[in-house]
Design a protein around this ligand. Sequence first.
Ligand SMILES: C[S@@+](CC[C@H](N)C(=O)[O-])C[C@H]1O[C@@H](n2cnc3c(N)ncnc32)[C@H](O)[C@@H]1O
Length: 260
Amino acid sequence: MTDFAAVGATYDTYSNSGRGRLRHDLVFRRLQAELPGRPVRVLDAGCGTGEMTLRLAAAGHRVTAADASDDMIAAAASRLSAHPELTAQVRFLNAAVEVLDVGGETFDLVCCHGVLMYLDEPATAVARLAGTVAPGGVLSILAKNRAAIGSREALRGEYALARDLIESGTGVSVGHLGVRTRGDTAEELDRIAAEHGLSPLPWQGIRVFNDHRAKEWAPEPDEYASALEAEWAASTRDPYRQVAPLVHTLARRAPDGSSR
Ligand SMILES: C[S@@+](CC[C@H](N)C(=O)[O-])C[C@H]1O[C@@H](n2cnc3c(N)ncnc32)[C@H](O)[C@@H]1O
């Protein structure tokens, strides 16, 4: 497994950059659109330093935040401690997603964002996560877009590398944190979710226009707001979303718990 203790600080820098905020804002906006207007039970599997955990808790939800890394859980807990009004809503669990055991508990929202790319294959984890989705609940997966591997490198002007990635079809490249990561397609993730009784919802492409930005990119508020709206408009539309570096897939279990 990737040593997240070593990349934790880098991850926070990335997460707080303009580029990182775009990802979080686009995903969070979509989650809010899919959630009922009342507090629900959430599982954030691979919670990292807790960005989505904190946002969801601040929105009133009860969050089980799981991660395979003690260091990432400690970082998330430390961020949470700055918000004492939220601490009762969050519990932490040290667990790898492929073997996650929540004792039969189910959740109205199950997030797994930025994790599958570090695993050898997606099916085991998606199966485990799908099993924790309550009737009417949603599984939300953010993964590296296998279909667009190489576009980030090309936009940065790293043409030889981009060409290798595009032609090789391996679906593996080096991500922002400097580690090799594996891509999945939205179609494949939707297919696996459907195999486990969930109905896929329209997927989003994340950061269509701004993936190549340097971590120092810090747009003025007006520019950021315009960028976010352009990204939001493109995120559910073809052909734009197809070339996004990240795919956000969502799938819902029928309210009566049946498989459709
Ligand atoms: C890039 S961070 C993403 C964090 C957070 N979900 C987000 O979107 O900001 C990846 C996280 O996945 C965790 N992770 C990696 N492999 C995992 C596994 N097999 N099970 C659970 N967590 C894992 C890492 O410890 C790290 O915290």
